[in-house]
Write a new protein. Structure first.
Length: 265
């Protein structure tokens, strides 16, 4: 991998590019079905689904098996993996990223949702910006902020790409359309990082010479609840409950990368 983003990336993003969606799950069985339904509702096809369970202690494994059967004809492929020991989101990513077949990849949390045009609009933006700048490797968007029941509470705002700002602020969501080759080249990710995993991921891509592009539209839903490992749910839910419909800069709430022991989500 060169530091100017000239690594071979397969074919360029297009309307028929295979997208590999890596769904990382830990004890989110109650949200998992709706998350997969939101993938099945995407206006872009084809999609390869990689389900990774990080040794959940709830009914996630049973839910994943049922969803695999339900959606096996809706996706180009459905693969499910169950870890015997909880090791965190980045361990799940390290284990899975080498298996994906798509030219594009999305790392997707099992408690979140994609709006139907998330892939289509993100891929279009990635294609357009790579025509001008081949170092652009991923596109990220703003998001709806929803509660555990799916009610929209407000909008979470990201910021335009800024290499220097990324060193001190986790302003980029983990859910982004990324060149799979760039994601593989940035791996392996540091599995000791349990908090701020998204920040660590984008720092690794930045260090390898890649850039991101911000699409300022809320194209996915980020779920706020008591189990958010970042603590963002506990901080924002009371405030948004009083002022629904407001906007929040997520870089003020998502933690930067830091090694920490314990379950990831």
């Amino acid at each position: 991998m060169s530091r100017n983003g000239t690594v071979a990336t397969g074919r360029e993003p297009d309307t028929d590019s295979l997208v590999s969606v890596i769904v990382c799950n830990y004890n989110h069985g109650r949200y998992l079905e709706r998350a997969i339904e939101s993938l099945a509702e995407q206006t872009h096809r084809p999609i390869e689904l990689q389900l990774v369970d990080d040794a959940s202690t709830d009914a996630s494994r049973t839910v994943m098996s049922r969803l695999g059967r339900r959606f096996r004809t809706r996706f180009a492929a459905v693969n499910a993996f169950h870890r015997c020991r909880n090791a965190g989101k980045l361990a799940c990513l390290n284990e899975t990223v080498g298996r994906v077949r798509g030219d594009l990849a999305v790392v997707f949390d099992a408690d979140d949702l994609l709006l139907p045009t998330f892939l289509e609009e993100s891929i279009g933006a990635l294609r357009a910006h790579r025509e001008r700048d081949r170092s652009v490797a991923f596109v990220y968007t703003d998001c709806e902020l929803i509660d555990s029941g799916g009610r929209v509470l407000g909008v979470g705002k990201s910021l335009p790409w800024d290499r220097e700002l990324l060193e001190r602020s986790s302003y980029i969501p983990g859910c982004a359309v990324t060149l799979a080759a760039a994601l593989r080249a940035a791996a392996p990710f540091d599995e000791s990082v349990r908090v701020g995993t998204k920040h660590h991921t984008w720092l690794r891509l930045k260090s390898a010479g890649w850039r991101g592009h911000h699409l300022p539209r809320p194209l996915f839903s980020y779920r706020l609840h008591a189990e958010n490992i970042s603590g963002i749910g506990a901080r924002l839910l009371p405030e948004l409950g009083r002022r629904r419909g407001s906007e929040r800069l997520l870089g003020h709430f998502w933690p930067t990368a830091a090694p920490e022991a314990g379950p990831s989500r």
